[in-house]
Design a protein. Sequence first.
Length: 131
Amino acid sequence: MRSKPVFFLLSCLLGLSASNLALAQSGENTYKQVCASCHGSGVLNAPKFGDKAKWAPLIAEGQATLTAHAYFGVRAMPPKGGNPNLSIEGFSDALVYMVNNSGGNWKTPDAKMLAAINKELEARKANPKKP
Ligand code: HEC
C-alpha cells in the first residue's frame, strides 16, 4: 500500500521529462533537418551554431523580433529557412534550440509570444524593406 504514492510520483516525473524531451527534440530535429546545412558551418556568413559572440547581438533583439525577421528572410537567410512547409511554430522551436546552444535562454513560444511574433511578421510583410 505504501508504495502506491511513490509509484504515482515516479510516473508523474517520468511523464514530465518525456514530454520535455519531445519538445526539445522537435526543435533539435528541425534544426538538423533545415538549419544545420548553413548554420552548422557558417555558410554565406550565417551565424554559426554555438558562436556566442555572433549570437549575442541577435539574441538581444528579442525573441519576437528575431524570430519574425528570420522567418520572413534576412539578406542571405532564405524565408522559412528555405523550407516553404515550415510553420512559424516549427521555425520558432528550431531557433530556440539554436539560441539555447549559443548563449541564450529562450522558451518555446507560448500563445502570447506567438501572437507577438505573428504581429511582427505582419509588420514586416506590410513593409518588406529588408534591413
Ligand atoms: C541556405 C542557408 C540557410 C539556412 C538553410 C538557414 N539559414 Fe539562417 N541565416 C543564413 C545566413 C546566410 C544568415 C545571415 C544573414 C545576414 O546577416 O546576411 C542567417 C541568419 C539567421 C538569423 C539571424 C537573422 C538576423 O536578423 O540577422 C537567424 C535567427 C536564423 N538565420 C535562423 C535560422 C533558422 C531557425 C533556420 C532553420 C529553420 C535557418 N536560419 C536556416 C542562412 C541560412
